[in-house]
Ligand binder design. Structure first.
Ligand SMILES: CC(C)(COP(=O)(O)OP(=O)(O)OC[C@H]1O[C@@H](n2cnc3c(N)ncnc32)[C@H](O)[C@@H]1OP(=O)(O)O)[C@@H](O)C(=O)NCCC(=O)NCCS
Length: 132
């Protein structure tokens, strides 16, 4: 799993206990997964369909640097299933895991549309191929 996006936990991201608010983290993850799905499916029109159990493994505090990892686990006909982990960038301690996040590729009317993809596309490889 590649951990692309990092976040610096700031005061506005905290809950009243002074640790990272789960809602903030879920917002970041949903956006991260949407971007991953858009890139993989090569379509800007994707929607969150399903999120499985969310395990808040440990808390993060103000000033922590966290990183988010997403990887595709299944390419369906119109859907893309992903797995997600968030961890502390410095200590590598796990903060959250989600086994299944399903996004659906939709057409301009919001109806499910086949995406035609079957495997993970690595952007670096794409640029390397274009260079040669
Ligand atoms: C996404 C949406 C268009 C799908 O419509 P639908 O009638 O459920 O479509 P389908 O039954 O054809 O399912 C589409 C795909 O989702 C998958 N899917 C449907 N329900 C699922 C569930 N509960 N869990 C996992 N996958 C599911 C199907 O297996 C199918 O995948 P496949 O084509 O790869 O086999 C519709 O549910 C929707 O608009 N939901 C709201 C999305 C949204 O607004 N999200 C933002 C959150 S506020």
């Amino acid at each position: 799993m590649n951990f692309h996006t990092r976040k610096w936990v700031k005061p506005e991201d905290l809950n009243p206990n002074g640790t990272l608010f789960g809602g903030s983290l879920l917002r970041w993850i949903d956006e991260e997964a949407a971007i991953y799905a858009i890139v993989q499916l090569e379509n800007p029109h994707v929607v969150t369909k399903y999120i499985s159990e969310i395990n808040f493994v440990s808390s993060a505090k103000q000033g922590d640097i966290i990183e988010m990892g997403i990887t595709a686990t299944d390419f369906g006909n119109t859907s893309l299933t992903m797995r997600c982990e968030v961890r502390n960038k410095i200590t590598r301690k796990s903060i959250l895991t989600i086994d299944k996040m399903v996004f659906v590729n939709v057409d301009r009317d919001g109806n499910p549309a086949p995406h035609g993809k079957t495997q993970i596309k690595f952007i670096e490889e794409q640029f390397q191929n274009e260079d040669h």
